[in-house]
Design a binder for this molecule. Sequence first.
Ligand SMILES: NC(=O)c1ccc[n+]([C@@H]2O[C@H](COP(=O)([O-])OP(=O)(O)OC[C@H]3O[C@@H](n4cnc5c(N)ncnc54)[C@H](OP(=O)(O)O)[C@@H]3O)[C@@H](O)[C@H]2O)c1
Length: 237
Amino acid sequence: MQDLKGKVAYITGGSKGIGYGVAEKLVAAGMRVAISGRTLKTVETAAQYLGGSDTVLALQSDVSKLTDEKAAIQQILEAWGQVDVVIANAGVGHFAPVDEMSDEQWHQMIDTNLSGVFHTLKASVQGLKKSKGYYITLASLAGTNFFASGAGYNATKFGVVGFTQAAMLDLRKYDVKVSTIMPGSVATHFNNNEPSEKDAWKIQPEDIGALVLDLLKMHPRTLPSKIEVRPTRPDKK
Ligand SMILES: NC(=O)c1ccc[n+]([C@@H]2O[C@H](COP(=O)([O-])OP(=O)(O)OC[C@H]3O[C@@H](n4cnc5c(N)ncnc54)[C@H](OP(=O)(O)O)[C@@H]3O)[C@@H](O)[C@H]2O)c1
């Protein structure tokens, strides 16, 4: 994996935010990158900015549906014949006191953030065993720090951390690396944010991209399986 040129990556939720920032770094490193999201038009627009159709593939997939994820991996294999890196990044957040959280908000977070990472793994694991590849989830510091109005989001991200660590133990015997990245605040569109100057103190999406590159280039014998990453200096209000 240390030579990334021509390797194939799949990033769920790659149309904006962290997924897009990671895609930029992987394309710049010479990889072929498939990105997905719920609306094909949005993903296609992002893909055009990232590079030509030889190096970037735009896919429609809602990670809450296993059939969508299976179809996305099938399209990648048909286009490029392999999958080396899978980044389960797609996620949503609804923040409200637990007594006010709606059933719909709860289920959207569970189905996307938690079941989604399972669907993405389930669809890609055969390909990753073949390539002796790398599966990375985007959890959050909310996967270790709980906070008021975070009951649903915390539940999903604590779940993603547990899921990823157990999957790491299951898959390392096939030489498949598995890691979870747990960021603090990142300047993205998450939770209806519009990234601007006010977000300059936050981690930037390309910083997570650089972190992913470091992981991919790490010696095969070494695996940082759980990575916490936070802004160096918290917001000065
Ligand atoms: N921003 C932060 O401070 C922060 C911190 C820690 C962890 N995270 C995690 O990082 C990940 C990426 O978030 P972000 O901050 O980059 O948010 P973002 O800017 O809102 O981007 C989210 C991406 O996920 C896609 N998406 C949402 N639901 C989806 C679904 N059901 N199926 C497929 N794609 C879906 C979105 O595309 P469409 O809407 O077009 O489908 C978009 O591409 C999430 O898992 C989030 O929990 C974020």
